[in-house]
Design a protein around this ligand. Structure first.
Ligand code: NAD
Length: 442
């Protein structure tokens, strides 16, 4: 059985796994996505006049683990899966980052996402380096039991490099509370006692927090609110499009609807819906709860899953996956502000065109940092065995995101650069300073 593929998966048209032309020998972590992450890093490194040795050190992932492992399938056959865990920097403390289950998961994808996690944590002032991992599989084609088998075996393969003070996984695309509970249990069985701090994004009854699941989507809205305030036009008076109706996109759309903003377009991998007068988001969420996807939903007029990005609006929130806003569609995007809920949704080429037209891009490292911030709160609470209440968590989240936005504005003015370069320069400077202070061992 081919464990990695599958028809109609969400990401099948974004990464050609046979195309290795971008891989330089000895740098297997390179990928198109890593090229984008590196280009953003280099721009910030130029602004900071970072020296060559430090640049190279911060560009490359510190550790990469690749695991190939067998899992018994429901029909009795055995399928082999490939998983990765990339730790981008060990300078800032333990590493932290999500686990992704998707057909296009690769070393290069994990390396790019791990680097972004480093910059995100540094921008927010969290005591972590970045990591990312995942298993190449299509969860849509697997049974619950098969996913549990994959998760437990993958978790046990990771034991040599993860731990509450080493590397703490969390959910990402295709994984959630359920998978985190299995990892918690697998790790705890191996240690001989319960270790709640090994993962974040767990179910609340296992030491998770109710605030984690909606944290990224809520954070996206908090940041969009701060941006709208600065522009002098409240978010509730704006038209918004959200691409992706999973954890992040659906939460953001629901919160936007709740504060009175008009959500005029949404989509998932099966297609999208639009309505000039605004969509009924609670009714659409109800449809998805019963049907899993937006396919066939009658609550708006149909639009393509990518074409939704071109629906006229004030604020565009790509919340699906990387490389959605490209040279091919940038000129047709009408939004004045793009809030990057997904990681890496805008290619550098598209970004140049949009910035030239005066479109404001709120970079992923700021816009979607709500998830890792509440993960950090969860980890702190588990370490202290002292739980905070929901209001306290949400207030702290809003405060940290607003502080980070303030840092971005300040750096943007100081260096006279766009918000992405400003955010990256704050983050890179922090990590570079830590690396310099720690020096080189031995
Ligand atoms: P998810 O799996 O819950 O949802 C992804 C959504 O995107 C689904 O609705 C899916 O149908 C849709 N989608 C997939 N391919 C699409 C396509 N080609 N066109 C339109 N829609 C498509 O994942 P998530 O956790 O919501 O993550 C979404 C993005 O946010 C990812 O880039 C992820 O890395 C990023 N992110 C997530 C978190 C988190 O806490 N979950 C934190 C930070 C960043």
């Amino acid at each position: 059985m081919n464990a990695s593929g599958g028809p109609g998966g969400p990401v099948e048209d974004h990464l050609d796994l046979d195309d290795v032309s971008f891989v330089r020998e000895g740098q297997e972590w390179n990928s198109e996505l890593h090229r984008i992450a590196t280009a953003q890093f280099d721009t910030a490194a130029d602004v900071l006049h970072l020296d060559a040795a430090l640049r190279e050190r911060l560009r490359e992932p510190r550790r990469i683990l690749t695991v190939n492992f067998p899992v018994r399938m429901d029909d009795g056959s055995v399928a082999n899966f490939t998983g990765y865990r990339v730790q981008h920097t060990l300078t800032m403390g333990p590493t932290k980052g999500g686990l992704r289950y998707a057909p296009a998961v690769s070393e290069g994808e994990c390396a790019a996402l791990a680097a972004w996690m480093t910059w995100k944590c540094a921008l927010l002032g969290l005591p972590y380096g970045g990591a990312k991992g995942g298993v190449r599989c299509d969860p849509n084609l697997l049974s619950d039991r098969e996913i549990e088998g994959i998760t437990r075996r993958y978790a046990s393969e990771l034991i040599p490099i993860i731990g509450p003070d080493r590397d703490i996984p969390a959910p990402d695309m295709g994984t959630g509370e359920r998978e985190m509970a299995w990892i918690y249990d697998t790790y705890s069985q191996a240690m001989g006692h319960a270790v709640a701090e090994i993962v974040t994004g767990k179910p609340p009854v296992l030491g998770g927090t109710e605030a984690r699941r909606p944290a990224t989507g809520l954070g996206v809205v908090y940041v969009a609110e701060a941006v709208a305030e600065r522009m002098g036009r409240p978010l509730r008076d704006q038209r918004v499009v959200v691409q992706g109706f999973g954890n992040v996109g659906a939460t953001a759309a629901a919160e936007l609807y709740a504060i009175g903003a008009k959500v005029v377009g949404v989509s998932d991998y099966t297609g999208g819906l639009q309505a000039d007068g605004g969509l009924d988001i609670p009714a659409i969420a109800d449809w998805v709860a019963h049907h899993r996807t937006l396919e066939g939903c009658p609550l708006g007029s149909a639009v393509g899953r990518t074409e939704v990005l071109e629906v006229p609006c004030d604020v565009l929130i790509p919340a699906a996956l990387e490389r959605q806003i490209t040279e091919a569609n940038a000129s047709r995007i009408e939004a004045r502000v793009i809030v990057e809920a997904a990681n890496g949704p805008t290619t550098p080429e598209a970004e140049r065109r949009l910035v030239d037209r005066g479109v404001l891009i709120v970079p992923d490292v700021l816009a979607n940092a709500g998830g890792v911030t509440v993960s950090y709160f969860e980890w702190v609470q588990d370490q202290q065995k002292f739980m905070w209440d929901l209001i306290e968590i949400q207030e702290r989240l809003r405060r940290l995101l607003r502080t980070a936005f303030g840092r971005v504005l300040e750096a943007g003015e100081r260096h006279d650069v766009d918000w992405r370069t400003a955010a990256m320069s704050v983050a890179v400077q922090r990590v570079a300073e830590a690396a310099r202070l720690r020096g080189i061992y031995p």
